[in-house]
Write a protein that binds this ligand. Structure first.
Ligand code: BV8
Length: 240
């Protein structure tokens, strides 16, 4: 982007690392979720068909953790919401996270491409509703009243992520792509940087180098609550 031109269109991608300092576990860190349970047992349609009670219990536990006191947005979530509110150019935040911390921090131009723990989807009427606290006991769908047909509104492995067309449109006009708190292990999200590099500036903000770190023009490593507010301050100063 030539300096002094229009403010760049920004796309931010986040992963579980941005919520780590809010007390939520990541997936692939040593004490992460996939060290406790296997993806094949809890995060695929086949697992749900084979043992729905096990899958529902896995998501019920994470939903309850999210709803209990003490899990709050952190300085990184808040900095992104502030940037969105003040940014004069295009802005889209795409999260892989199923927690609700970006929304609670005030982000509105937000796509939760892997779904949301706080929502459930009815297998009978296909409504997406606010999820009851637990789905394990087969609550009735608030929309159609049929019991025992609600699943987590979460994208499992082998399922198509949500709003991919809207994400593709934003990536096609993106001038600045910033990846925050993601290992770059899961596609298609991990492929976004390859889609934009060469025509957009690309920046990685992560605790440690991700699997795709060499695809970024710049990579900064450290905790999100330090790196994200610092970067937001820089980009706002550059375009004030
Ligand atoms: C699909 C919901 C096709 C569940 C999740 C190539 C192309 C396309 C697909 C594939 C492909 N190759 C393989 C696939 C299949 C698969 C895939 O990618 N597999 C991987 C394992 C190889 N992809 C899929 O199945 C996707 N679907 O492709 O559909 C299709 C086509 C047509 C029709 C139908 C279907 C669906 C993927 C979505 C799966 N669902 N989540 C749940 O949450 O329970 S994915 C899961 O991984 C989470 O969403 C998570 O967000 C995501 C990525 O993980 P990260 O967020 O990056 O978390 P991770 O722990 O890995 O990393 C955390 C990072 O943070 C670390 O780097 C760490 O250093 C850093 N960190 C830690 N602390 C901090 C920090 N950073 C900053 N500050 C800190 N304090």
């Amino acid at each position: 982007m030539a300096p002094g031109a229009r403010p760049p269109n920004i796309v931010v991608l986040t992963g579980a690392g941005i919520s780590r300092e809010s007390g939520l576990h990541t997936f692939r860190d040593p004490e992460g979720i996939w060290a406790q349970v296997r993806i094949e047992d809890v995060a695929t349609p086949e697992a749900f068909a084979r043992d729905p009670a096990c899958v529902q219990a896995f998501y019920d536990a994470r939903r309850m953790q999210l709803r209990n006191a003490g899990v709050e947005p952190n300085a990184a979530h808040r900095a992104l919401a502030e940037l969105e509110a003040r940014w004069p150019g295009g802005f889209l935040l795409v999260t892989q996270n199923v927690d609700d911390l970006h929304g609670r921090a005030g982000s509105r131009r937000l796509i939760a491409m892997h779904g949301e723990l706080a929502k459930a989807r009815c297998l009978t009427c296909h409504a997406v509703v606010v999820s009851p606290d637990t789905l394990a006991d087969g609550p009735a769908c608030p929309a159609c009243g049929v019991p025992g047909r609600l699943r987590p509104h979460v994208v499992w492995f082998g399922e198509m992520p949500l709003e991919m067309e809207r994400i593709g449109e934003a990536l096609s006009v993106c001038d600045l792509f910033v990846s925050i708190g993601t290992s770059g292990a899961v596609y298609p999200a991990a492929g976004f940087v390859a889609e934009v590099r060469g025509r957009a500036e690309t920046l990685e903000l992560n605790l440690e180098p991700s699997e795709g770190t060499r695809l970024f023009d710049e990579a900064r490593h450290g905790p999100a609550t330090r790196l994200v507010p610092q970067w937001v301050g820089e980009v706002m100063a550059r375009w004030r």
